[in-house]
Every structure is written in structure tokens, then in C-alpha cells.
Design a protein around this ligand. Structure first.
Ligand code: ATP
Length: 600
């Protein structure tokens, strides 16, 4: 069972600054681990950046040579050489840039693939309670747009940080070699540039974070109303206008947040631009006076100012490094938060069960969905089902019937008590092997938007065409499928909505027949159908139930009068148990439910 804190608590707890700092460090280590498989490519990227930043020094240095050597000495051949060198260095730098861009994209996309697979596989292993508590749109947003944002971080942010650091380092070495005093003046201006930008970082981070949360909301609203069931609900209640207003409110909030992010960004850029202009101004003045006095040559001054662009632009970008890193961390953090949620884990030493007899025992089973609350969905339930028996569960709505049968494949775990199959506690079995022996035909039949054949093969990918046909014949659906224009290749539509409810259910029955499990769970498989359809489904169910241990939840009590045992559940408790005749003779809840069901 999913035992972590509720989702909303997880999000709000992230705002603790100390936790944030420690988490930030841990996240940096985790991000580094993502790069590990691609370290060789990353080394090449860094080498390319280094070579390119050296080549970038060529134009200002060659300018110096042109002014002080070629022009001053009227040396035409030197002039040609320096110009050729300038062109060659520019072409070389361009070619290296292409290679670097290719490697960058490769690393970025590989990391996205790795994260996407890790995230989706992890989500597949999350307990059902996570999915009932979280909006599908929010999950989708993390899997799609958050993972995509990683690409921008990997190929953009991280590369620009490395590029800037290397550019600053190589430029610093060059200007100090060129002229010590001018270099000192240039460096003295740097703190003026960096300090004002520092506080902007946190504001940027907070703004981006709020934007992402709002995007989750937007995605959830879109997803909910644009699904087949959602749109049916919207239309049947005529709520298009309400949905429009709700959507308008969310998108307007998002718009304001995005404008805020852009505004903070513009302030940031304005400060950077101002500094990039002021810095060279100071050097022109200081260096110009020195050149007039004859302390330095014109060539040194001109190339120095040229080099300053290579110093101040990356320095000002690095002044925002804090913004860049925490914004990048925010992207990874949202993915890591999902990856850190506790997934379903088998207990230590869990055994993979092979063939089973199918003797099921519930021993004093209690279930509380909310562990902190008082309400028990199931309260001290005990019963035994012998192999091959058909046991029905009946009771009023909300009595706990579905909750009870969900415990068998461990979609939820009991809060206390235990369940055994053939005497083995199901907690000591691997979930995979346990679920292999249980087939479920549930209230809601889910089919993938794919062909009928592929939906059937989902139960057993190696099934032959003959096996599929046999299963469909037994499930009373083969002829109906053959009558369809594309037969088994008919696309069933979103969630199978191109088929009738009865057809969907018979396909679901055929799917379980293919799986051929020892234990069968039928959860109100016939409740949503009319009498004629119900008779067809019942006919389909008969071969499915034969020779299996069956747990049947039914509202139409006429269908379970022949069950080997009927358990009557009310308010989460087992209140009556026996055969149809004996229960009728008791004249209790079952007898009342039965007579009501006959009238309906
Ligand atoms: P019905 O015949 O109407 O389908 P049921 O007998 O199958 O009802 P359950 O679905 O087992 O009843 O529900 C039993 C109780 O547990 C109900 O009060 C329900 O609100 C609650 N419940 C069911 N599923 C969950 C869940 N995932 N989280 C929290 N509470 C739940």
C-alpha cells in the first residue's frame, strides 16, 4: 500500500529552506549521475568548448597584430597572413561548433530518453492509491513537458555555464598577459556587475515554480474535459460555458505568471546589458588616457576592448548562474520527486508462485483507506473459499464489496489481518506471480485505442490466432467481431467507445480466457447491461468460470443463486453467509436484497 504522505503535503514540504539546500546538493549529485553513461561525449564537448574559446581569442589578438605590426610597419604580407589566420580561425571555430552541437543534442536527447523510461516505469510500479489521489493531467505534465525542459537545461543551461567559465578563464589569462594595470581595472568592475543580479535569482526561481504548478492544473483540466467520458459529462450537463470560464481563469493566471517570469527576465537582461556597456566605457577612458600618454599602444587598447566583450558578457551571464542552476534544479526536482515516491515493492524473500490450487482464506481482514481516520471500509472479515468454488459477494452500495476483492490481487493491502492462497500469505508472494494467477473482469472494461486483436494479445502476447478465435467463440463475441468490416483488425476507439458496452465486456471476458488464470474475479460484470445482454454475457461467463475459483460481485442476485457460497457484506462487515436457500430462510438482509432485486 502507498504509505507516503499525501501528495499535497509532499509539495508544500518542499518550501523548507534548509531542506531545500540539502536537497539541492543531493539533486546535483543525482543530475551528475544522469550524465555518467555519456561522460566520454561530455569530455569531447568540454574539449570543443575549450578549443573554441581559444580560437575566439584570435580576432582581438590578430587585430592587435594588424594595427601594431602590419599597419605600423606597412607590412603587406603580414597583413595578408593575419587576415587569412582570422578567416581560418573563424571557419575552424564554426566546424567545431557544429560537432559540439551534435554531441550536445545526442547527450540531451539520451538523458531525456533515460529519464522518460525511468519515470514511466516507476509510475507503472506505483500503487493504485497514487493514481486515485493524483490528477492524470498532472502526471502527464511531468512525464511530457517536465522531461522536455530537461533538454533545455542539458543542452542550453549547463553548456552555457561551462562555455562561460572557460571563456572567462582564457580571457583573464590573456588580458593579464597583455597589460597588468588595464587588466586589474577591468576586473575591478566585475563585482559591480555581479552583486545587483544576485537577489533576482530567488524571485526567478519562485516565479518559475509557480508557473509549473499552474501548468499542472491546466493540463489536468484539459485532460479531464477532453477525454471521451469527460466530454460526455460536459455535454450532458450543458457545462461548456462553465468549463470555458474555468479554463479562462486558469489560463489567465498562467498568463500573469508567465508575464511575471518574462518581466523578471527583462530586468535581469537590462542590468546585464548596462554593465556590458559601462565596463568597456571605463576601459576606453582609462586606456585611452594611457595611450595618449604613450604608456600603451593603440593596438593593445583596441584589442583589449575587443577582449572585454569576452569577459563581461560571460561574467554577467555567470552572475545569473544561481538563477540558472536553481531553475534547472527546479525542473529536475519535480522529476526526482516523482521518482522518489515509494513504489510497490515485494517483501524480502517473496516467492514467485507457480501453479496454484486456488484455496483462498481471508483471516480477520480490516481495511482503512485513510490510516489516520476512523472509518473502516472492511472490518474483521474472515471466510474461506475452496478450490473451484463460486463465491458471491452481495450487499448494499458502498458496503465494501469492491474493496474486498481488490485486496486479492494486492491493489490495496489490508490494514490488519491476512489473506492466504493455498495457505501462503499473499504478502509473501511476488506481485507479478500472484497477479498472473488472477483474472479480473471489472465494472469498467478498459480497452486500448488499438485493434481488437492487439487488445486480446495484451493478455498473452504469444497467443496464436486459433487460440484467440477459440477464446472469442467461448466468450460469445467471435461472430460479432467477424461481422465488423475489419474483423479482428477493427480499431476499438478511445477506451473501446466504438463498441457497445456488451461487446466490450465480452472482449474483456475473452481476454481473461486467454490469460487462463486459476482464480477469477468478476466485479459486477453484468450490472450495467439489459436483460438480453446480460443473458449473452452469462453465456460467455459460463466457460470462463468452469474449473476456476471464482469471486463474484453481483447486483442482480438472480445470477448468483447457484453460487456455492454467498457472503453478505454490509457496512464493511460480513453479516450473513450461506447458500441461497439457507439465506432466504434466515429472512435477513439477503432475503430483503433478493426481493428488491427481483422487483427491479
Ligand atoms: P458498490 O456496490 O456501490 O460498487 P461497494 O460495495 O463495491 O459499492 P466499495 O467500492 O468497496 O463498495 O466502497 C466501500 C467504501 O470504501 C465506500 O464508502 C467508499 O467510499 C470507500 N472507498 C472505496 N474506494 C476507495 C478509495 N480508493 N479511497 C478511499 N475510499 C474508498
Amino acid at each position: 500500500m502507498f504509505s507516503g504522505p499525501p501528495v499535497y503535503l509532499m509539495w508544500s514540504s518542499m518550501y523548507n529552506p534548509e531542506r531545500q539546500r540539502l536537497k539541492g546538493r543531493a539533486d546535483l549529485r543525482r543530475i551528475a549521475r544522469l550524465f555518467r553513461p555519456y561522460w566520454w561525449m561530455e569530455c569531447q564537448v568540454i574539449a570543443a568548448i575549450f578549443i573554441n574559446s581559444l580560437l575566439g581569442l584570435a580576432p582581438p589578438l590578430l587585430t592587435l597584430a594588424i594595427i601594431d605590426k602590419a599597419l605600423a610597419h606597412h607590412d603587406q604580407s603580414a597583413l595578408t597572413t593575419y587576415v587569412v589566420l582570422m578567416v581560418v580561425s573563424a571557419i575552424g571555430s564554426g566546424l567545431i561548433g557544429v560537432y559540439q552541437g551534435y554531441l550536445n543534442a545526442l547527450v540531451g536527447e539520451s538523458i531525456i530518453r533515460d529519464l522518460n523510461c525511468a519515470l514511466v516505469s516507476h509510475l507503472h510500479r506505483m500503487p493504485l492509491s497514487f493514481f486515485t489521489a493524483t490528477k492524470t493531467g498532472e502526471i502527464m505534465n511531468r512525464v511530457s513537458s517536465d522531461v522536455e525542459s530537461v533538454d533545455a537545461v542539458v543542452t542550453g543551461t549547463l553548456v552555457s555555464i561551462v562555455t562561460n567559465v572557460i571563456t572567462v578563464a582564457t580571457t583573464l589569462v590573456t588580458i593579464f598577459l597583455l597589460d597588468l594595470r588595464l587588466a586589474l581595472v577591468s576586473v575591478a568592475v566585475v563585482p559591480l556587475m555581479v552583486l545587483p543580479l544576485w537577489p533576482v535569482g530567488r524571485r526567478m526561481y519562485e516565479a518559475r515554480k509557480k508557473t509549473r504548478t499552474k501548468k499542472d492544473e491546466l493540463q489536468a483540466a484539459t485532460q479531464e474535459t477532453l477525454s471521451v467520458s469527460g466530454i460526455q459529462l460536459v455535454k450532458s450537463f450543458g457545462r461548456e460555458r462553465y468549463e470555458h470560464e474555468r479554463f479562462y481563469k486558469i489560463t489567465s493566471d498562467l498568463m500573469k505568471l508567465e508575464v511575471n517570469v518574462a518581466l523578471v527576465g527583462r530586468w535581469f537582461m537590462m542590468a546585464i546589458t548596462a554593465m556590458v556597456v559601462i565596463g568597456p566605457g571605463v576601459i576606453w577612458l582609462w586606456g585611452g588616457l594611457a595611450a595618449i600618454k604613450g604608456d600603451i599602444t593603440t593596438g593593445v587598447l583596441v584589442s583589449f576592448v575587443g577582449l572585454l566583450a569576452r569577459l563581461y558578457t560571460p561574467v554577467s551571464a555567470l552572475a545569473g548562474v544561481q538563477v540558472q542552476i536553481i531553475s534547472a534544479l527546479a525542473v529536475f526536482e519535480r522529476i526526482f520527486d516523482y521518482l522518489d515516491m515509494q513504489e510497490e515493492r515485494d517483501s524480502e524473500g517473496a516467492i514467485a508462485i507457480a501453479g496454484i490450487q486456488g484455496r483462498i482464506a481471508f483471516n480477520n481482514v480490516t481495511l482503512q483507506y485513510d490510516e489516520t481516520g476512523e472509518r473502516k471500509a472492511l472490518d474483521d472479515i474472515s471466510f474461506v473459499i475452496e478450490p473451484g468454488q463460486v463465491v458471491a459477494f452481495v450487499g448494499p452500495s458502498g458496503a465494501g464489496k469492491s474493496s474486498l476483492i481488490n485486496l486479492l490481487p494486492r491493489l490495496y493491502d489490508p490494514s490488519s489481518g491476512d489473506i492466504t492462497i493455498d495457505g501462503i500469505d499473499i504478502k509473501h508472494m511476488t506481485r507479478d506471480s500472484l497477479r498472473q494467477h488472477i483474472g479480473i473482469v471489472s465494472q469498467e472494461t478498459y480497452l486500448f485505442h488499438d485493434t481488437i486483436a492487439h487488445n486480446l494479445l495484451y493478455a498473452r502476447p504469444d497467443a496464436t490466432l486459433q487460440e484467440i478465435t477459440e477464446a472469442c467463440q467461448k466468450a460469445n463475441i467471435h461472430e460479432a467481431i467477424q461481422a465488423m468490416p475489419d474483423g479482428y483488425d477493427t480499431i476499438v476507439g478511445e477506451r473501446g467507445h466504438k463498441l457497445s458496452g456488451g461487446e466490450r465486456q465480452r472482449i474483456a471476458i475473452a481476454r481473461v480466457l486467454l490469460k487462463d488464470p486459476e482464480i477469477l474475479v468478476l466485479d459486477e460484470a453484468t450490472s450495467a447491461l439489459d436483460t438480453e445482454n446480460e443473458a449473452i454475457i452469462q453465456k460467455a461467463l459460463t466457460p470462463l468460470m468452469r474449473g476456476r475459483t471464482c469471486l463474484v460481485v453481483a447486483h442482480r442476485l438472480s445470477t448468483i443463486v447457484n453460487a456455492d457460497l454467498i457472503n453478505v457484506i454490509a457496512g464493511g462487515r460480513l453479516v450473513e453467509s450461506g447458500h441461497h436457500q439457507s439465506l432466504m430462510a434466515q429472512n435477513g438482509l439477503y432475503a430483503r436484497l433478493y426481493s428488491t432485486s427481483l422487483q427491479s
